[in-house]
Design a protein around this ligand. Structure first.
Ligand code: CTP
Ligand code: MG
Length: 229
């Protein structure tokens, strides 16, 4: 199978609250997007599509060239949309050639191990999607206004990460159906499952956490051993 990786980086990063869009915030001397792309290019990828915030396509191109080195012809930058789902759709529309497997990856999961990317790609089949997931650590409650309604059995739950991998044709059809229905799904796996296809999970990793809040950015810096100024 020939694998394309769509790296969605078009979000604004409201919860991080930085001046720049989240993808261009520095972790160390390198940005969130650059770290994500270093991981992607260390994995097996025949094609890499970076979905950039409108107006930041040139910045994304710079990061792509830096991460790709002499494999820059494998990469392409496209403009994202208002929602993550629209950004993924823009990435899908930019695929070229004989791609059979598509991985969709959050740039915000900047420190994802390349082995996790390869493991997802390897587990995709002709009819099923694959997500990396990790066990839920906290005790979870179902709540309603101020009331705790029920305890939730943690063993039935897993926290979904990316990249999420799918057979290309079925993912494209599922995206077309979602766009026609106007429904916004929480992730690509939910959108793919809504089209009637099975999704399996494999082991994710702590390192693939999503940089969402300032605390997450501090955690990424700590992992990379960045000295506080
Ligand atoms: N994303 C995107 N296009 C959007 C929204 C999100 O490509 N319209 C991407 C983000 O760039 C990120 C990934 O989807 O890599 C996961 O989204 P999230 O962590 O929610 O990032 P943001 O939407 O940027 O952050 P926030 O929700 O705090 O604004
Ligand atoms: Mg968001």
């Amino acid at each position: 199978p020939t694998t394309a990786i769509i790296v969605v980086a078009a979000g604004s990063g409201t919860r991080l609250g930085a001046v720049a869009p989240k993808a261009f915030v520095g972790i160390d001397e390198h940005s969130v997007l650059r770290h994500a792309l270093d991981g992607v290019f260390a994995a097996e990828a025949a094609q890499v599509i970076v979905v950039a915030p409108s107006g930041h396509e040139g910045d994304a191109e710079t990061e792509l060239l830096a991460a790709a080195g002499d494999r820059h012809d494998l990469g392409r930058v496209v403009t994202g949309g208002e929602t993550r789902q629209q950004s993924v759709a823009a990435g899908l529309a930019a695929l070229w050639g004989d791609i059979t497997t598509v991985l969709v990856h959050d740039a915000a999961r900047a420190l994802t191990p390349p082995a996790q990317i390869d493991a997802v790609a390897a587990a995709v089949t002709i009819d099923a999607g694959v997500i990396p997931a990790i066990a839920v650590i906290d005790t979870l409650k179902r709540v309603d206004a101020g009331d705790v309604v029920a305890a939730v059995d943690r063993s039935e739950l897993a926290a979904a990460q990316t990249p999420q991998g799918f057979p290309r044709g079925l993912l494209e059809a599922a995206y077309a159906a979602a766009s026609a229905s106007g429904v916004e799904y929480t992730d690509d796996a939910a959108l793919f499952a809504a089209a009637g296809h099975p999704v399996r999970h494999i082991a994710g990793s702590e390192r693939a956490f999503k940089i969402t809040t300032p605390g997450d950015l501090a955690r990424a810096r700590q992992i990379l051993n960045v000295r506080a100024e």
